[in-house]
Design a protein around this ligand. Structure first.
Ligand SMILES: NC(=O)CC[C@H](N)C(=O)O
Length: 224
């Protein structure tokens, strides 16, 4: 699997994402600047990292979602390529309409930067198959707009189709997200958006490696 990381002004987790993908896959991902209009055909995982694209002006991710490269991301998503958005990347995927719902200001109105526990509620997706269903993993969060919301009909669909992949566990919802939702996939299962940062928990120097399984799944790495 060959990965690419989308670059936009204001992102600040791109280097962490590139480092994680390089360490886990053994190959540096290609980087693609926002003004590019196509994604090379040999790329089978596109990652939109976290940060503050365009300073979070208008709404988090709203301006980034309208950059030329995103049209190519939409086309690749429709063609079944794996797309993964983390934190600001999740916000961008929502603004692009590739995932349903919205990420509102955290319920307590404060920026939250800490480690949380996540339950893997669906271990059958392309992004979570290295975990067991119900497994609780640790993962850092760092955001001010992580309060996931969707209307009742959308939520019922997400839950009914088991598209909630990660849920904040053990009463540790850090932002007020409805149904404790931390990460969801699209209908086709090839687009993941998640608020926590798995790229920041992949090696002992990070204090643990619970985030690794997401990349190992997404990159379809051979099981050790
Ligand atoms: N770490 C991030 O990606 C931050 C996301 C977003 N800008 C927020 O603060 O909500």
């Amino acid at each position: 699997m060959k990965a690419a990381v989308i670059l936009l002004p204001g992102l600040n987790r791109d280097r962490d994402m590139i480092a994680a993908l390089t360490k886990i896959s053994g190959t540096a991902p290609q980087t693609i600047w926002q003004t590019e209009t196509s994604i090379p055909s040999d790329i089978d995982l596109v990652v939109i990292p976290g940060g503050f694209s365009y300073g979070d002006y208008l709404r988090c991710g709203a301006i980034a979602a309208r950059m030329p490269v995103m049209q190519a991301v939409i086309e690749r998503a429709k063609a079944g390529t794996r797309i993964m958005g983390v934190c600001n990347g999740f916000q961008i995927l929502l603004e692009m309409g590739l995932l349903p719902g919205a990420l509102m200001r955290n319920a307590h109105l404060n920026f939250v930067c800490k480690e949380v526990e996540l339950e893997v509620t669906n271990a059958g997706t392309a992004f979570s198959n290295r975990y067991e269903k119900g497994q609780v993993i640790r993962c850092p969060v760092a955001h001010h707009d992580g309060n996931y919301f969707a209307d009742g009909e959308t939520l019922a669909r997400l839950e009914g189709e088991e598209r909630v992949v990660f849920r904040y566990a053990n009463g540790g919802n850090p932002n007020g997200s409805v149904n404790d939702i931390a990460g969801i996939v699209n209908e086709g299962g090839n687009v993941l958006g998640m608020m926590p940062h798995p790229e920041n928990l992949i090696e002992p120097a990070h204090g643990g490696d619970h985030g690794r399984g997401i990349f190992e799944s997404a990159l379809d790495l051979a099981l050790a």
